[in-house]
Design a protein around this ligand. Sequence first.
Ligand SMILES: Nc1ncnc2c1ncn2[C@@H]1O[C@H](COP(=O)(O)OP(=O)(O)OP(=O)(O)O)[C@@H](O)[C@H]1O
Length: 428
Amino acid sequence: MRLACGELPGWDVCTVDNIAAARKVLEQQHYAVGLLLDRKGNLESEDIERFLQHHHQIRWIGVFNGDLLHRPQLREAIATHLSDFHTLPVDTVRLYHSLGHAHGMAMLAKSAPPHKRQSGSRHIDGKSATICRLRAHIDKIATVDAPVLISGESGSGKELAAQEIHAQSPRASGPFIAINCAAIPPSLIHSELFGYERGAFTGAAKEKQGLIEAASGGSIFLDEIGDLPLDLQASLLRFLQERTIYRVGGTRMVSVDARVITATHVDLPKAVAAGRFREDLYYRLSVFPIRVPPLRERKEDLPLLTEIIFNKFADEKSPQLKGISKQALRAMTQHDWPGNIRELINRMRRAMVLAENRLIMPEDLELAPQEDAIILRDGLDNSRGSAERAAIWNSLARCGNNISQAARDLGVSRMTLYRLMAKHSIAP
Ligand SMILES: Nc1ncnc2c1ncn2[C@@H]1O[C@H](COP(=O)(O)OP(=O)(O)OP(=O)(O)O)[C@@H](O)[C@H]1O
């Protein structure tokens, strides 16, 4: 592939000889339009297709040897990846016209280059006032070495907020250890958190450091803290007060220097009132309480988050897919996002693989808001089917594809859920 740059006055042109060099250049610099001079019809090769798919934001124009255009694979690759093509010998007037058109379209589609996370920049993306406030709050509390209690709905970004607090804190070079208290069986949680001494129980052939100890010098993030059994709440309280722990089966005090960040999606004051959570521990943990807002309270972030997700998973998308339609964005704004950003990521990833048009449509996201229209168009039987399918899909998205949780959520057995998923061709 080669482009004669001297022949394009008025353009800022970078010329490369091969795909590897093009990859390097595009890592550093954004170009709106790309010109491929491909005499041998290499476009149909997998490597070049992968390259074009990865750099789908660029408007590509190809120049080929006309004798090769009968090849079906080449024709398909041109139709999928290129905005326009020319045959040799090139008609320069037409080529200028075509480049100008591609450039104009690129400018219309995007006034700024694709969002790229700069190193050292925020984990928590969003421009809404609530997210800006959250980030400002995090900046302040990150520097203070006191416990933080993060509340927020499932999938809203509590762990991300915890990572951000750690990353902005003086402990950033130390470990960040995250544990989901609800995911560890009660019989194991004590030894997981606090470690054990040799011989503490059958099978404890060697002493083992617990996760709290492993977080020394850094931060420990205890997710779903409301699920911590009461006896462990007492041990955690002791650690917060004295900065020391006892391993299971041990009599030796071990000093640990770890900042404790906790998160909950349940109302902890209510759990305190119900006697399920120690009041003294609650006050110790919530020196700095912060709340991560649910996605429905910051819908103005949807276009930015969608763009970030689109770019992040661009390698998985169907080749002809170029972006997201206005209708899909509108449907997203009408949706309540009970599964928050995790649901948004799941819906987008799925749509990016399955979409058949150039733009993602509401139905690719399984977000068709016009339920009345479905009934009129499809009749009652099909409408029931659509509603069933939507309920399953919503529940799976909400539960992060956890089948047992989704089955509970829908009030059916796991087997029934599997059967319904097969009926509606929903992949587990
Ligand atoms: N503001 C954001 N910008 C970009 N990605 C985000 C944002 N918030 C959350 N995410 C992404 O959404 C997903 C869910 O976030 P996270 O695990 O932090 O949520 P959570 O509230 O801790 O969920 P759970 O309560 O289920 O543990 C992750 O993949 C995370 O990277």
